[in-house]
Design a protein around this ligand. Structure first.
Ligand code: SF4
Length: 419
């Protein structure tokens, strides 16, 4: 099979994996030195997958042959799709070729499981080895880790790649047993533990060899089973705490051709995935816990964002005087972000904060107004019942800008609007 035909199959097969953002890589460049590539280059092209994700262009599978039969996966053993396989040398050639043309910022490489977990992992490592050691490639490499592989192989991958990811796949063990019976939560978590220990071993050691400097990530599929948002976020929280994950990616289940009856025929609302990302951001950046974000319901509201939902469920905390409140509390005011909090704290050391200052700082006052007090403003809506406030602040159902209507509201371009 021609290389270009393989690329068509294996790049398409990789598009369902969302755990590939290249944030967090250390600055590294070959400028003025031997070798090739950089992790922070400008003018590097990115592309959008058909379902809207922004990814580095070369996001491929080594092969879409797979011994496993995960029900939600287009590459499963029983799936009737064209199959292809790259040799490690072919992936290296493509990566260098695209890199030299400034089309990609690096490589995201995953694979179906062929022959055995160890053999597959060895093949992935071979690609990274050739790039790093033979071609002095200094660009970004993200390797998908095969959970059942020998820990020594995972450690080897960690020394070569910027980021490793082990997909947790489904939010619950029961879900994994039902939809991916060949996978086990215990081995997935063991692989995450191996990576985490490798990171801890080099942390703070300036001269230690590098080990996944951009950290590890995982992906959780949302909407392939009936798991609620509360369970999903609690699971994500435990992964952040237990394994120091850099990111958990939430991937709304995409119906696949000839899907088995065990998975839904329709995708969940993309807005649900969006709300999970917002909640995840609040946990990582603002110090919310999963339990706090879901006190009144087991699913996140779709019509308001999670920060606003928390404020409406905790009205006794508000209104907050922006001239006095602790920074951590200021950050809990809907419409006021972390950067605005820093600026407000700096400003109030000089003078009292007025309503106009919040406008200058570009706070989202439509959301913040009922929850703040300034030197010249008290909210007239402070006593309004939360349900009325909720109705007033809910996000309007915008018609889809691609013309499909419904809840997609232009978040991403739906598949059916692509030629
Ligand atoms: S092991 Fe990976 S590639 Fe194979 S069927 Fe499962 S999810 Fe798909």
């Amino acid at each position: 099979m021609q290389l270009i035909a393989k690329l068509g199959i294996l790049a398409d097969a990789a598009k369902y994996d969302a755990s590939c953002a290249s944030s967090g890589a250390p600055k590294r460049s070959s400028r003025g030195r031997e070798g090739l590539g950089a992790t922070d280059g400008v003018g590097i092209c990115h592309s959008y997958t058909p379902d809207g994700r922004c990814v580095s262009l070369l996001k491929v599978l080594l092969t879409n042959f797979c011994l496993y039969d995960c029900q939600y996966c287009v590459n499963r053993r029983s799936s009737n799709v064209p199959r292809a396989r790259f040799t490690p040398e072919e992936v290296v050639r493509l990566t260098l070729d695209f890199y030299r043309r400034n089309c990609i910022s690096g490589l995201f490489l995953s694979s179906g499981i062929i022959r055995s977990a160890d053999y597959t992992m060895e093949q992935l490592i071979r690609v990274a080895q050739l790039l790093r050691e033979e071609h002095q490639f200094r660009g970004y490499i993200h390797l998908k880790t095969i959970p059942d592989a020998d820990p020594l192989l995972i450690e080897e991958a960690g020394r070569l790649a910027d980021r490793l990811s082990v997909n947790i796949e489904l939010p619950t063990e029961a879900g994994l047993k039902r939809l991916a019976p060949e996978k086990q939560v215990s081995t997935i978590r063991q692989a995450m533990g191996t990576i985490h220990r490798g990171q801890q071993a080099v942390a703070g050691e300036l001269k230690a060899p590098r080990f996944t400097p951009a950290g590890q990530s995982t992906q959780m599929i949302v909407g392939a089973d009936a798991t609620d948002d509360s369970t999903i976020l609690l699971n994500a929280e435990s992964l952040y705490q237990g394994y120091g994950l850099r990111r958990v990616y939430y991937s709304a289940f995409s119906p696949i051709p000839d899907s088995p009856s065990s998975v839904p025929l329709a995708a969940p609302p993309l807005l649900r995935e969006h709300r999970l990302y917002q909640a995840d951001f609040l946990m990582r950046g603002y110090g919310y816990t999963a339990g706090e974000l879901l006190t009144t319901s087991s699913n996140l509201a779709l019509d308001i964002d999670p920060k606003l939902a928390w404020a409406l469920a905790n009205r006794e905390v508000f209104p907050l005087d922006v001239n006095r409140a602790e920074p951590a509390l200021l950050a809990r005011i809907p419409g006021i972000g972390l950067r605005s909090v820093q600026r407000l704290v700096a400003l109030r050391r000089e003078r009292r904060i007025r309503y106009d200052d919040l406008i200058q700082l570009r706070c989202v006052l439509d959301k913040a107004r009922p929850f703040i007090v300034t030197s010249d403003y008290r909210p007239p809506l402070a006593d309004m019942r939360s349900s009325l406030l909720h109705a007033r602040l809910r996000e309007p159902q915008r018609p889809c800008r691609w013309g499909c209507g419904g809840d997609r509201a232009g978040l991403r371009r739906p598949l059916r609007h692509l030629a």
